[in-house]
Write a protein that binds this ligand. Structure first.
Ligand SMILES: NC(=O)c1ccc[n+]([C@@H]2O[C@H](COP(=O)([O-])OP(=O)(O)OC[C@H]3O[C@@H](n4cnc5c(N)ncnc54)[C@H](O)[C@@H]3O)[C@@H](O)[C@H]2O)c1
Length: 258
């Protein structure tokens, strides 16, 4: 399968490319040179807002893994709109025109972060994917938009779309605040491989490792994608430093405007 990965020089892309390289022909793209280019068949450096670039990149690939975006939950609309709305829609348009049959979108647990205990809903954990989207911040709202926009394309029958509501991606949790949403590298790779091959028209799935104190119900991903995570943040619980919860730290406060 020929797979285009956007945002390949980013934190997630650098971990994902080596995971996907076996069994896939990779075309990596980013505005800066992806360090993991050695595992790729092709590397294209460019800005996805550049007219015509997304179309050229989508030409001749079977699937798109769309990672390019702004991953910072504390940012305002001015910084989120370009990468998470305009680039996203340009890439979806290019993919459908090029006949790309499968799109895997990097959504986020922040799309459901409003259910997190910090959102004063302690009864609302673990969060299930069949609940209404409930973002905790502007960033989470852009991910809900991405899922909704992608669904329009999936419903046209031109392509199938799997949205992965990724937890905090790192080889190991950075501190104890990551223990509920951590997603390890092997589990990330497995989730994307499953998303590339599952028989699904459209779906949105929470994807974390099998964390003992996880905030997400992984049942839908297990049933529909065949996702079977093998990592658990608890392995690191005693060795990582203390740290604040990562979810919902970017919730709006009254009077704030960005
Ligand atoms: N890092 C996480 O733990 C995490 C968790 C949940 C979801 N996500 C999502 O996964 C995706 C990747 O996250 P990340 O942490 O790797 O972010 P990152 O900022 O490290 O990487 C994103 C990459 O996208 C590229 N990019 C942005 N705008 C671009 C444009 N116009 N043209 C070309 N490239 C562009 C950037 O150069 C960057 O390398 C994002 O969509 C993010 O919202 C990340």
């Amino acid at each position: 399968m020929r797979v285009l990965i956007t945002g390949a020089a980013g934190g997630v892309g650098q971990l994902l490319a080596p995971e996907l390289a076996p069994g896939h022909q990779l075309r990596l793209t980013d505005v800066r040179l992806p360090p993991g280019g050695a595992v790729a068949d092709e590397v294209v450096v460019g800005d996805l807002t550049e007219p015509g670039l997304a179309e050229r990149l989508c030409d001749g690939v079977d699937a798109l893994v769309h990672l390019a975006g702004n991953p910072r939950p504390g940012d305002g609309w001015d910084r989120l709109r370009g990468p998470n709305v305009d680039v996203l829609t340009a890439v979806l348009e290019a993919a459908v025109l090029a006949g790309v049959r499968r799109v895997v979108l990097a959504s986020s647990v922040h799309a459901m972060g409003g259910y997190h205990p910090l959102a004063r809903r302690p009864e609302a954990v673990p969060v299930r994917d069949d609940w209404l989207p409930h973002p905790c911040c502007r960033y989470g709202a852009t991910k809900v938009f991405a899922e909704a926009a992608a669904r329009v394309y999936a419903d046209s029958g031109a392509m199938s779309v799997v949205c992965l509501r990724l937890g905090g991606v790192r080889p190991a949790p950075a501190h104890r605040g990551w223990l509920d949403t951590w997603l390890g590298t092997a589990d990330l790779g497995q989730a994307v491989r499953r998303a590339l091959s599952a028989e699904i028209g459209f779906g949105a799935y929470s994807i974390t490792s099998a964390n003992t104190r996880g905030m997400c119900d992984l049942g839908a991903a297990r049933r529909e994608l065949g996702y079977a995570p093998t990592e658990n943040s608890e392995t690191y619980a005693e060795s990582v430093p203390d740290g604040p919860p990562t979810m919902c730290a970017a919730r709006l406060s009254t009077g704030e405007r960005r």
